[in-house]
Design a protein around this ligand. Structure first.
Ligand code: EPZ
Length: 419
């Protein structure tokens, strides 16, 4: 297991570039199964989660060549449709192959992805969508099997705008006969990127980014290899923006799409952080202690749940009392206990955390429990006056490319220790 040793107190200054989006790359890799040919993906981030998805596709028989941030994937050689428990346990987002395997082969069997630290992560909406398109679903011995003689387009209304369910239903509908309309669809930018990739492949998807997405089924022979550059990672960029604010530094984050950062920019400005927005960069200047603000996580374009832990670190040092309500996941406050060990004054009441800002945080011995909680603790450690040891950084490597290299280039003092 690896850990970070961080000595805080430096103001981060300089420029760093956001990598490609993890949550766009994962569904796009899964979607490449549909065209039974070669696809090339540029700006794919070099992350643990991306390598797990590549392992899943190789396990199914795909041929993958990757060089830094470019992935070439030939799915014409796939001959299995089953994902083992071992693979599923490594990353629950492997469930994104459900739709493309079912769409192309008429059958798929995956081990039920367990919950994780932030919630039970059910898949009922995914399965309801696949059933509506004509699949028979069987859930037995911890496996989900979906089979369909023929997939037929239909209207599907999602009970809630689930990102993964929207993506799996889109991919299942690509090769179905007729038109599928998804209502109350998730509107995240990563779904727009998936639509753009699919349409380059010859699919006919419209409406991603709105709550109504229309897919016109096509025949397999109409699908051709696609070349695509994934969008920048808005959550990675947002994390760096908070790093600038919490250390009182001055950081420019390049390779961003500002529109995707709007809810965060608005909230940081409300807290008194000054932010200059360019066409593909944001410049963040910490102005001393931020002001307390209230946050309620919502589906896009509301405030993103994936930025909630990072904002909580910032608000631990704010002037005044903030209330953070987590409405998306039922258990996404694992970072609270660790922030308290650093001297933060946070009380959790149900789905809300009441944060009374303190003057300073002190370093401590901490454990990362999941990806964004880990990121939050890195930010708190950068602001703390002294040293912090943060265990289980493999969680952080799932979503951030060599975070210590990026932050040290801005003046942080962070080293990765291999136990
Ligand atoms: C995606 O997860 C992201 N992951 C998550 O990012 C992100 O936090 C989440 O969307 C919300 O924005 C990827 O894109 C790979 P959901 P997903 O289905 O698709 C409930 C990160 O840090 N739900 O929109 O799993 C579910 O329990 C990760 O990068 C059902 O009830 O999220 C949750 O409460 C963490 N039934 C809510 O919906 C279902 O069938 C939102 O989940 C599906 C979901």
């Amino acid at each position: 297991m690896q850990k970070f040793v961080i000595v805080g107190g430096n103001r981060l200054k300089g420029t760093i570039r956001a990598s490609g989006s993890k949550n766009a790359t994962l569904p796009i890799l899964a979607a490449s199964i549909l065209n039974a040919g070669k696809s090339t993906i540029y700006e794919a981030p070099q992350l643990r989660d991306v390598s797990v998805m590549k392992d899943v596709l190789s396990y199914l028989g795909a041929k993958i060549v990757s060089d830094r941030n470019t992935i070439e994937i030939d799915t014409s050689t796939i001959q299995s449709v089953e994902i083992t428990e071992e693979l599923m346990r490594r990353m629950r987002a492997s469930n994104l192959v459900l739709g493309s395997l079912l769409g192309r082969f008429g059958r798929v069997k995956i081990s039920y992805p367990g919950g994780c630290q932030i919630g039970s992560r059910p898949m009922n909406l995914h399965l309801k969508g696949l059933q509506a398109l004509g699949a028979t679903i069987q859930e037995k011995f911890g496996y989900i099997t979906a089979e369909a003689e023929k997939l037929r387009g239909t209207d599907i209304h999602l009970d809630l705008p689930s990102v993964g369910a929207t993506e799996n239903i889109i991919m299942t509908a690509i090769l179905a006969e007729g038109v599928t309309v998804i209502r109350n669809a998730a509107k995240e930018p990563e779904i727009v990127d998936l639509q753009n990739f699919l349409n380059k492949m010859g699919a006919r998807v419209k409406g991603a980014g709105t709550d109504t997405i229309k897919i016109e089924g096509v025949r397999p022979r109409e699908l051709i290899p696609a070349v695509h550059t994934v969008i920048p990672d808005r959550i990675e960029a947002g994390t760096h923006m908070v790093a600038a604010a919490i250390t009182g530094g001055e950081v420019t984050v390049t390779n961003v799409i500002p529109e995707h950062l709007e809810p965060l920019i608005a909230k940081l400005r409300e807290a008194g952080v000054s932010i200059t927005v360019g066409d593909d960069y944001v410049k963040v200047q910490g102005n001393g202690r931020v002001k307390a603000v209230d946050i309620k996580t919502m589906h896009y374009p509301g405030f993103p749940t994936d930025m909630q832990p990072q904002m909580m670190a910032l608000l631990s040092l704010a002037e005044g009392t903030s209330v953070v309500s987590e409405t998306i996941f039922e258990n996404r406050f694992k970072h609270v206990a660790e922030l308290r060990r650093m001297g933060a004054d946070i009380k959790v009441e149900g789905q809300s955390a009441i944060i009374k800002g303190v003057e300073k945080l002190s370093g401590a011995y901490l454990e990362a429990s999941d990806l964004r909680a880990g990121a939050s603790l890195v930010l708190a450690a950068l602001a703390a006056e002294d040293g912090t040891v943060l265990e289980n950084v493999h969680h952080i490597d799932r979503g951030y490319e060599r975070l210590e290299v990026k932050y040290n280039s801005l003046g942080a003092r962070m080293i990765r220790v291999h136990n």
